[in-house]
Write a protein that binds this ligand. Structure first.
Ligand code: PGA
Length: 252
């Protein structure tokens, strides 16, 4: 049985005081869910020490929203995978559409980040997804194919045994416009079948998350689709009750 996961992506939100209140509520609300699924929060770098001390020993893991493709060196402002490891970080999101669009990360750079994360023992959450323009011009599958191909070429299909993929249609992120469960399922199946062409075993075990305006009131129907194994949650991960409700939905 493949792993189910709900991961929050806080983006550039929060402060020590707000995080403390949010995490306390999450620890209480999520501890009762046990280990049927995995739960995580992906937080801004400076908060790793406090998040670690707050979540260590709970059933909530933590991750980064980005990672350098380099191991170390003269890369001002960058953070390496081994630095994240110092704080027992489990996940690193790579290739989020905001990184691709606002910071010019190419498929090749994203693939290098994926490899760097895995090399340090982190589980990359590899984001893929099309813009509205690409969907309207019927190139969704081609775009996703290219995003995946860069990673598969550099790291090989077996690397996906230690990775998570997140399908996040760019037009659904932060817009309140969620993909319908069927729209999401179609792309999730497309991704899984593409991987299965290289390894049926890896494809069957691969956790594929949906992300893009997942809310407490639409999570259950999305997570009920056969190829959707949980979610990557932006806005709703900042509100304890909403995030807990979404974590509960992944079990049903
Ligand atoms: P959203 O963000 O849930 O606010 O749409 C999802 C994401 O960007 O990961």
């Amino acid at each position: 049985m493949r792993k189910k996961l709900v991961a929050g992506n806080w983006k550039m939100h929060g402060n020590l005081q707000e995080n403390d209140a949010l995490l306390s509520a999450l620890v209480t609300g999520i501890s009762v869910l046990g280990n049927n699924a995995s739960y995580a929060v992906c937080v801004p770098y400076p908060y790793f020490p406090s998040v670690q001390s707050k979540l260590q020993g709970t059933n909530i893991e933590w991750g980064a929203q980005n990672v350098s493709q380099h191991e170390k060196g003269a890369f001002t402002g960058e953070v390496s995978a081994s630095m994240l490891n110092d704080f027992n970080c489990t996940y690193a999101i790579v290739g989020h559409s905001e990184r691709r669009m606002l910071y010019g990360e190419s498929n090749q750079v994203v693939a290098e980040k994926y490899v760097a994360a895995q090399k340090a023992g982190l589980v990359p959450i590899l984001c893929v997804g099309e813009t509205l323009e690409q969907r309207d011009s019927d190139t969704t599958e081609q775009v996703i194919d290219e995003q995946l191909k860069a990673v598969l070429t550099l790291a090989g299909v077996n690397s996906l045994a230690n990775a998570v993929i997140a399908y996040e249609p760019v037009w659904a992120i932060g817009t309140g416009k969620t993909a319908t469960p069927q729209q999401a399922q179609d792309i999730h199946r497309f991704i899984r079948q593409g991987i299965a062409a290289q390894s049926a075993e890896i494809a069957a075990e691969l956790t594929i998350l949906y992300g893009g305006s997942v809310k407490a009131n639409n999570a259950a129907e999305l997570f009920a689709m056969p190829d959707i194994d949980g979610g990557l949650i932006g806005g709703a991960s900042l509100v304890a009750d909403d995030f807990i409700a979404i974590c509960k939905a992944v079990r049903s």
